[in-house]
Design a protein around this ligand. Structure first.
Ligand code: NAD
Length: 492
């Protein structure tokens, strides 16, 4: 399925760790899996703590070099050039993302274009980072400066490797920081490709470094490194806790974007066709491996059967295949994750959940070892079931039925996570009540995933700390310095 030209691009991107503007061969290598075939398609360097030391040192040196003298508007131009390159090359970068992550090709290409949108957005912000003046008595002047925080460690997840890299790297560069990125060991390719994009865009050497490697080795070495000034982490709750502990030990700030069990509530007066269509599309994008998937559907009782009929018909129509064959759903990141999905579904069924569709591994022609799971809809037997409370991170939609809107809103706010939440209703009063009662970083009414690059995104409760996207996403890369000036010393 991979032609010669693409194979050459993969080998070129994987030629070494990106440190200090050079490619450094790894001391050891590790395979990266195409989860669609279940087979390794490339070997990449398995970065060691010594490689992280080198990358952090390179970033610290580069911060004090040409980058410190680069005008903010010039930083913006570099980001814009990076956006143009990503768009120009989206077809093959997207194909490599597809092979590495398992997602359908159109989604891999869309991710490269979405990455470009982050660089465009923050390009415009680079020369608009301003401070304040603070009123003072007499001729004292008090101002705030917003300086780059320094070296940002970016520890990336497996589901949107390039999109998440761009989400953190673009504002960090706009702010004037230097970066050491550590992609997921499941999806190492696009963080390396970004290094070539930045070379072409004219970013000074050493400002963006990428070290592939395993979480417990390269990841832990980066999170605990005393040369790091700030950490941006996207991944699971369990790893997020480790990152926060590492940040606490070094007393540096960490933004952690973690998991979710995001509720989508459909009230009795809603447009049921629209609600079913949005749920089927958003829940099963990238086979449900989306932190903000609407993975908990809460239905008001009078319309529950009608909505489920429409939804299940749509879900049964979804196709599953290798990402390069561009079906609705592609593969699951790892064999361990497929086993986790299977376990959660079988435990839920044993505890009384009713399976409406899916619930098995499909056979995919030509991919006997591929990692797939069928799109699945389950009606939970009660709100206390683990399948209602915990993230599956796969194509499994859990349904709860509520007796009325009041109970539906209470269920939507009951979980440990708080990433996104939506209500489908034509009653504006109910919509306002929903946004008041439900704790989540992002709320939608009559849709899902609105807001785009410009709107702040992030979690409350166990979904994380900090905000990505929008101007709020810049703040973590800036530190505030207050400068107070008395023009002449007071006479004693
Ligand atoms: P993960 O926690 O397994 O891995 C994330 C990253 O952490 C990887 O780069 C990994 O190598 C690294 N890592 C692992 N152990 C480490 C350690 N001890 N020290 C330092 N780094 C370590 O998560 P994943 O499976 O790649 O991603 C899926 C999770 O990410 C899901 O829970 C999903 O909801 C979440 N996610 C959240 C968002 C968001 O914006 N909130 C976006 C995407 C994914």
């Amino acid at each position: 399925m991979i032609d010669e030209k693409l194979r050459a691009r993969i080998a070129h991107a994987a030629r070494g760790l990106a440190i200090g503007g050079k490619r450094v061969p790894g001391q050891a290598m590790m395979p990266s899996l195409d989860p669609g075939t279940g087979k390794a398609f490339v070997d990449v360097p398995a970065g060691a703590p010594a490689d992280i030391d080198m990358a952090v040192a390179a970033a610290r040196i580069a911060l004090r070099g040409a980058w410190a003298k680069t005008a903010p508007a010039e930083r913006g131009k570099i980001l814009r050039r990076a956006a143009d390159i990503l768009r120009r090359d989206a077809h093959w970068i997207g194909a490599i993302e597809t092979i590495d992550s398992g997602k359908p090709l159109k989604d891999g290409i869309a991710e490269a274009n979405a990455a470009a949108a982050y660089f465009d957005y923050y390009a415009g912000a680079a020369d608009k980072i301003e401070g304040d003046t603070i009123p003072q008595p007499g001729d004292v002047m008090s101002v705030t400066l917003r300086e780059p925080i320094g070296v940002s460690a970016q520890i990336l997840p497996s589901n949107f490797p390039l999109g998440t890299a761009a989400r953190g790297v673009a504002p960090a560069l706009a702010a004037g920081c230097a970066i050491v990125a550590k992609p997921s060991d499941h999806t190492p390719m696009t963080a390396l490709i970004l290094a070539d994009v930045f070379d072409e865009a004219g970013l000074p050497a050493g400002i963006y470094n990428a070290v592939t490697g395993r979480g417990g080795e390269a990841g832990a070495a980066l999170a605990t490194h005393t040369g790091v000034d700030q950490i941006t982490f996207t991944g699971s709750l369990a790893t997020g806790r480790r990152i926060l502990a590492a940040a606490a030990a070094n007393v540096v700030p960490a933004a952690v974007e973690l998991g979710g069990k995001s509720p989508l509530v459909v009230l009795a007066d809603a447009d049921l066709d629209a609600a079913a269509a949005v749920t089927a599309k958003q829940m099963f994008t990238h086979a449900g491996q989306v932190c903000s998937a609407p993975s908990l559907l809460i239905l008001e009782k009078p319309i529950a059967d009608a909505l489920l009929d429409k939804l299940v018909a749509r879900v049964r129509g979804l196709t599953v295949d290798h990402g390069l064959r561009d079906a609705n759903l592609g593969a699951i990141a790892s064999a361990g994750q497929v086993a986790h999905i299977e376990r959660m579904v079988s435990d839920a069924r044993e505890a009384g959940a009713e399976l409406l569709t899916g619930g098995a591994r499909p056979e995919i022609a030509g991919c006997p070892d591929g990692l797939y799971y069928a799109p699945t809809v389950l009606v939970a037997s009660g709100a206390a079931q683990p399948i209602v409370r915990e993230e599956v991170f796969g194509p499994v939609l859990t349904v709860l039925i509520a007796k009325d809107a009041d109970e539906a809103f209470a269920l939507a706010d009951a979980g440990q996570y708080g990433l996104c939440a939506s209500v489908f209703t034509n009653d504006l009063g109910r919509a306002f009540e929903f946004q008041r009662r439900v704790s989540a970083g992002q709320i939608y009414v009559n849709d899902w995933h609105l807001g785009g690059v410009q709107a702040p995104f992030g979690g409350v409760k166990r979904s994380g700390i900090g905000r990505e996207r929008g101007l709020a996403g810049l703040e973590k890369y800036l530190r505030l310095k207050n400068v107070n000036i008395r023009p002449r010393a007071l006479q004693p």
